[in-house]
Design a binder for this molecule. Structure first.
Ligand SMILES: CC(C)(COP(=O)(O)OP(=O)(O)OC[C@H]1O[C@@H](n2cnc3c(N)ncnc32)[C@H](O)[C@@H]1OP(=O)(O)O)[C@@H](O)C(=O)NCCC(=O)NCCS
Length: 412
């Protein structure tokens, strides 16, 4: 189909693009939505097709990005393009519009010098073809408040208090900026604005913010909403939309708070890391139960060499596990062929090489392995990597492994 991919700048086009995205995802936009407030100038694309009867072109698809960072193993904050709001009108799907928009976004991300792109996928079958791999996971869990008693050995907590939107709007980004875990994703001002907008669009109940720590030294917060509008509801439930604890004291204080709210039977925690370990913090470890595990960060290396060089290797390799071994990985990248080639990875760094490869893979599988969330062994079981040199998979695992599973906890 003849289509034209354009950067959208006019407020009407931006709003129309939001509408197209909403139709694609079956959402209803709240009245008064102003797309210009929620998107980054210059990073919203529209796909146009010729209008009926030779009239003006119709905007039928959209794909946006925003400027962000990603914490990679070793702790560096690497510039990334965060892809979001991808949608094509149901009348115009399966004719290559998403492909054309994603190609353009990847070129744009590359031109901006961002070596990584990430996204959250509505379906797990869409993005591998564009070079993305599922690189981190989310756990959802439920806390049964009546049974939840934090262990008395938890670190002494500071005060917790409710904050009003204005103060919350200032405090939350400040606290969030201190996070240091692998997979953490930068939240620009527009992301915070989009949260407020999304809250208004999806929940009838009010959103509340509770912070931990003495004023001036706050170190954690949670945002939550209640799903019941009636205090006599049979199973009063509270949903934690965001839980950020940058110290053990903050986690202790926020967990104590959640375990002690009157008139709440269940607390739903939809965004926890795989290794959250909250069971260990409770006297009755069955007061919290896992309700699901899902893929979270879909990651693409846009500049393979720069991205590989940005992380560290062999952080936690046990002695003798091959940490000292170099592994040469041959990478194939259909969309961005400048990435094709061999990369020699070792604890001291990464460089391009013409040497015969020890492993061969494609850029999507490399994206899955990049943060340490998926092992090379698993990728080999799936037939997504070929081992040419015996022992190379184990050596690559020793290099790529991280101490904690990657996690973002940030939806976009
Ligand atoms: C997902 C979506 C953007 C794809 O748009 P599209 O213009 O139809 O995609 P394309 O025509 O470029 O498809 C490219 C390829 O992906 C495949 N594909 C697209 N959407 C797919 C899906 N949902 N599941 C499986 N495969 C899909 C196509 O079959 C095609 O495969 P091919 O290259 O082997 O022929 C569109 O279906 C949509 O808007 N869906 C609803 C909203 C949504 O899920 N957005 C994503 C938010 S993360």
């Amino acid at each position: 189909v003849t289509s034209d991919i354009r950067v959208l700048t006019e407020p009407d086009d931006l709003n129309r693009a939001f509408e197209v995205f909403a139709v694609g995802l079956g959402l209803t936009l709240p009245a008064g939505t102003d797309a210009a407030e929620l998107t980054e100038p210059g990073r919203v694309l529209g796909a146009f097709v010729p209008g009926p009867d030779g009239g003006p072109d119709d905007l039928v698809g959209t794909a946006s990005a925003f400027t962000s960072w990603l914490i990679v193993p070793g702790g560096a904050r690497v510039g990334q393009g965060a892809l979001t709001d991808v949608g094509v009108l149901p009348t115009h799907t399966r004719r290559g519009l998403a492909t054309a928009m994603l190609r353009r976004q990847l070129e744009e991300i590359s031109a901006r010098g961002e070596s990584i792109a990430t996204l959250r996928a509505s379906e797990a079958t869409i993005y591998e073809r564009f070079g993305f791999g599922a690189a981190s996971s989310l756990v959802s869990a439920e806390l049964l408040v009546d049974r939840a008693r934090p262990r008395p050995t938890l670190p002494a907590a500071g005060p917790v208090r409710y904050v009003e939107p204005d103060e919350a709007g200032e405090l939350m980004p400040r606290i969030y900026d201190r996070v240091g875990f692998v997979g953490a994703t930068g939240r620009p001002e527009r992301w915070w604005r989009a949260q407020a907008w999304f809250g208004a669009a999806t929940a009838s109940a009010a959103r509340r913010v509770v912070v931990h720590g003495v004023p001036g030294a706050e170190d954690g917060f949670l945002r939550y909403h209640s799903t019941s509008t009636n205090w006599m509801a049979p199973d009063p439930t509270l949903v934690v939309d965001d839980l950020v604890a940058t110290t053990p004291e903050a986690l202790s204080g926020l967990l104590r708070f959640l375990s002690s709210i009157d008139l709440v039977a269940r607390v739903v925690l939809p965004k926890l890391p795989l290794d959250h370990g909250l069971e260990e913090l409770l006297l009755d470890r069955r007061a919290i139960r896992t309700t699901g595990v899902s893929d979270e960060t879909w990651l693409r290396l846009v500049d393979v060499e720069a991205a590989l060089a940005a992380r560290t290797y062999a952080l936690s390799a046990p002695a003798g596990a091959g940490a000292g071994t170099a592994v040469t990985i041959e990478v194939r990248d259909r969309q961005l062929p400048t990435n094709d080639g061999g990369y020699r990875v070792e604890a001291s760094g990464v460089k391009r090489t013409e040497d015969a490869p020890d492993l061969s893979t494609d850029v999507a599988a490399l994206g899955a392995a990049y943060l340490g969330g998926v092992s090379w062994r698993q990728l080999a079981l799936a037939g997504r990597v070929r081992e040419h040199t015996p022992g190379a998979l184990a050596a690559a695992d020793a290099l790529f492994r991280t101490t904690r599973p990657p996690f973002a906890g940030t939806m976009f």
